[in-house]
Design a protein around this ligand. Structure first.
Ligand SMILES: [Zn+2]
Length: 240
């Protein structure tokens, strides 16, 4: 249990932002107290738009008032009126999260060709920096979502668990910015330009070959084996 207490710290980057915000409000602010957005951003500085994640607590029964609800608050101030569900506790984590229907999940994955739109990996494939790994695909939000409404197709993208949880990724295998830059510099000019376009879009578009590969990866092993043989035969026969 003692281990759990240490792990359940709002400073822990292993935790999801929504849980970190809840732990911070619970442990550092408390019911009936006011706090500023700046305090929150200072407490959890490594996350973008942390105040939006705070709003995601409302469907879990947390009452956080803004200056629009309370005349005595300044625009940067908030008031924690009620602490809702302890979403850091086991079994409580998904409370108040918007459910994504199985249909929407399937449609998003199909639209994105069953690949992570950020890094291009497909399900079950190993990351190039960790050959023992096996990518798991999940859904991410294009923009931090508004609570209340159901998640729609256009709000969602397919992401691997690693790209989805940047904080977790940071604690795993990684390269320094300089190491990455060295690698970038070695690329031919044309490839550099391609990489820059990926950076601008924050996603890696797929070539026809990669698309075929992603579709192939979705097949059961027995079909993969058959297709691999078939392609081998076609190529060795000099067809194309
Ligand atoms: Zn990815």
């Amino acid at each position: 249990m003692a281990e759990d207490v240490v792990w359940m710290d709002w400073r822990s980057k292993e935790l999801g932002t929504r849980i970190r915000v809840a732990l911070w409000l619970h442990g550092e602010i408390g019911e009936g107290k006011r706090f500023s957005k700046q305090q929150l951003r200072k407490a959890i500085p490594d996350v973008e738009q942390v105040d939006r994640r705070m709003r995601d607590l409302r469907p879990a029964g947390w009452v956080i008032k803004t200056y629009r609800d309370m005349a005595s608050l300044s625009p940067d101030e908030l008031f924690l009126e009620k602490i809702g569900t302890h979403i850091w506790e086991p079994g409580q984590r998904s409370i108040g999260l918007r459910a994504i229907s199985g249909k929407v999940r399937r449609e998003v994955m199909e639209r994105d060709k069953h690949r992570c739109v950020r890094c291009g990996i497909s399900a079950g494939e190993a990351y190039s920096d960790d050959l023992d790994s096996s990518a798991r695909l999940t859904l991410g939000h294009v923009t931090p979502h508004r609570h209340g409404s159901a998640a729609q197709l256009e709000d969602l993208v397919t992401e691997c668990a690693r790209c989805n949880e940047t904080a977790k990724h940071l604690t795993g295998v990684q390269f320094s910015a300089e190491q990455v830059w060295d690698r970038i510099q070695e690329l031919p000019k044309k490839e550099k330009a391609k990489l820059l376009s990926w950076m601008a879009a924050d996603r890696r578009p797929m070539s026809d070959t990669e698309q075929a590969w992603a579709n192939y990866r979705q097949l059961p092993a027995v079909h993969r084996e058959a297709l691999s043989k078939r392609l081998g035969l076609v190529l060795s026969a000099g067809e194309g």
